[in-house]
Ligand binder design. Structure first.
Ligand code: VGL
Ligand code: ZN
Length: 212
């Protein structure tokens, strides 16, 4: 069994990232069952929820002449443009209905991407890499040292969150078979390289459930 110094963070398991959603990740809904299984094994369960105001600057629709998946320069650096997704209060922004057991268990929901002019992939920092969400403080105050991450998408929000967690001094592990990737232009390979360089490890759902 996991201890009180471990936390499970389930990243963005929302309708818009699942098949039929606005920014659907291939097989995104395949993470729902494993996420619930994992949640049952942790005392501390935290969810993140991508939560954008309408007209958010990460939406291609806010950049005339641009299309989804174009790269643009934002004041804080390069930013990929996305289809409109996870608009606050919309059905697409809701957690996948199958995630109900994990949602019920979760003690904290971290919403991110709510500032109109800046995107937020990581559960810890906005995409400027300096504006904190407050999650690191919440984890430290609870005495958490080790973080397991699962959810959507492997190569964006999961990878950024895990890499930041490691940089912040937490032990970070990605439960890779409980994640699915967008994998555009080699983004999954690049993300894996970055998280490994930061000291993040990969584990499987079976590794964790076998711990009892
Ligand atoms: C995500 C792109 C835009 C994610 C969120 O959850 O990985 N990706 N917003
Ligand atoms: Zn988003």
């Amino acid at each position: 069994m996991h201890t009180d110094t471990d936390a499970l963070i389930l990243i963005d398991i929302q309708n818009d990232f699942c098949p039929g959603g606005a920014l659907a990740v291939k097989d995104g809904d395949a993470v729902v069952g494993p996420a619930n299984d994992l949640a049952a094994h942790f005392n501390t369960v935290i969810l993140t929820q991508d939560w954008h105001p309408a007209g958010h600057r990460s939406f291609a629709s806010a950049h005339p002449g641009h299309r989804p998946y174009d790269m643009v320069q934002m004041p804080y650096g390069p930013q990929m443009l996305w289809p409109d997704h996870c608009v606050q209060g919309s059905a697409g922004a809701a957690f996948h209905p199958g995630l109900a057991p994990a949602v019920e268990k979760a003690q904290l929901v971290v919403r991110k991407g709510f500032r109109p002019h800046i995107d937020s992939y990581s559960a810890f920092f906005e995409n400027d890499r300096v504006t904190p969400t407050g999650l690191a403080g919440a984890l430290r105050e609870r005495g958490i040292h080790r973080i397991y991450l699962a959810g959507l998408a492997t190569d964006y929000c999961v990878a950024y969150s895990a890499t930041d967690a490691a940089r912040l001094g937490f032990e970070a592990l990605i439960v890779e078979d409980a994640c699915r990737a967008i994998d555009l232009h080699g983004s999954l390979t690049a993300a894996r390289r970055d998280w490994m360089a930061a000291g993040v490890r990969s584990v499987s759902v079976a590794d964790i459930l076998a711990l009892g």
